[in-house]
Ligand binder design. Sequence first.
Ligand SMILES: NC(=O)c1ccc[n+]([C@@H]2O[C@H](COP(=O)([O-])OP(=O)(O)OC[C@H]3O[C@@H](n4cnc5c(N)ncnc54)[C@H](OP(=O)(O)O)[C@@H]3O)[C@@H](O)[C@H]2O)c1
Length: 293
Amino acid sequence: MKVLTVGITGQFAALVVPELKKRGIAVRALIRDQRHAGIAFARGADETVLGNLENPGSLRNAAEGVDGIFHINPAFSPNEFDMGIAMLEAARAASVERFVFSGVIHPSILGLSNHAAKLPVEEVLYQSGMNFTVLQPAMFMQNFDRSWSDIVRRGRFALPYSVHARACYVDYRDVAEAAAIAFATNRLDYGTFELCAPGMLNRIEVAALMSEALDFPVKAGEISFDEWAHAAQLPSGPMRDGLRHLYEDYDRHGFPGGNALVLRAILEREPRTLRQYIQELAHSEEYQLLRAS
Ligand SMILES: NC(=O)c1ccc[n+]([C@@H]2O[C@H](COP(=O)([O-])OP(=O)(O)OC[C@H]3O[C@@H](n4cnc5c(N)ncnc54)[C@H](OP(=O)(O)O)[C@@H]3O)[C@@H](O)[C@H]2O)c1
């Protein structure tokens, strides 16, 4: 079996590759720049193909001869919907059997563009006649990777929304495992699955997990969006606008979810928890180096 994977050069989809390889599935990586081929091979791709989600014509060749497609949309793209549809049409034209879509939990939250953009992609997928699996993950624990050094250095975990807002999380390695199960077995055929680790935590509780793992106090904080975006070196554009809106929404409603029933059933084990993830970060090589410096 061969699967075309989108997003191998990104932060998350690359985690799907080892899970596919473990199950004997060959990986063709979609890249939009030939200079990224080295990254794709280093991350386990067997072959690469050039294609751009913004150029539907370029996807036809990419989808030829594969048995399945793993699709994930780049975040906060103004044409996220068109990109999803372009990949679906290429899949259909190439008679691809299986399509696994890594979307988001609660695509029915129409007030958030990064959720709402995924709903019509799901709709077209359901109507496509292809064997589908829709994965709807919670907030990725891997988001912490980018800010971990800063948290460790400052003893402060600050974001631009209320410290009391509660959120649900998932380790993307668990999502990646679910995706690979969808290709390797028929257990997830024609299913849509909400994927969460158990429970919801607010930032005070997350900071307490960090303090426990690091063995020194980490305080939960709240900063303005502009201060946060400046520190994150986020240029102005759709992603910055989308995140501002997202954090305003989290401030009002949190990010509800956290029912682990489905993920537990898919993995046939307990999902990884945020406590475990933070423990891993605290014992990572990067942190050990930071502590020694
Ligand atoms: N972060 C979370 O907590 C969370 C939670 C639930 C769902 N999600 C969803 O997860 C998805 C992935 O998020 P992300 O963008 O942050 O992932 P990412 O890891 O930054 O990856 C983006 C990937 O898409 C590729 N890409 C971008 N534009 C492309 C194009 N026009 N054609 C082909 N490939 C293209 C990038 O390739 P290049 O290297 O060429 O740029 C990169 O490999 C989003 O849909 C988001 O809504 C995120």
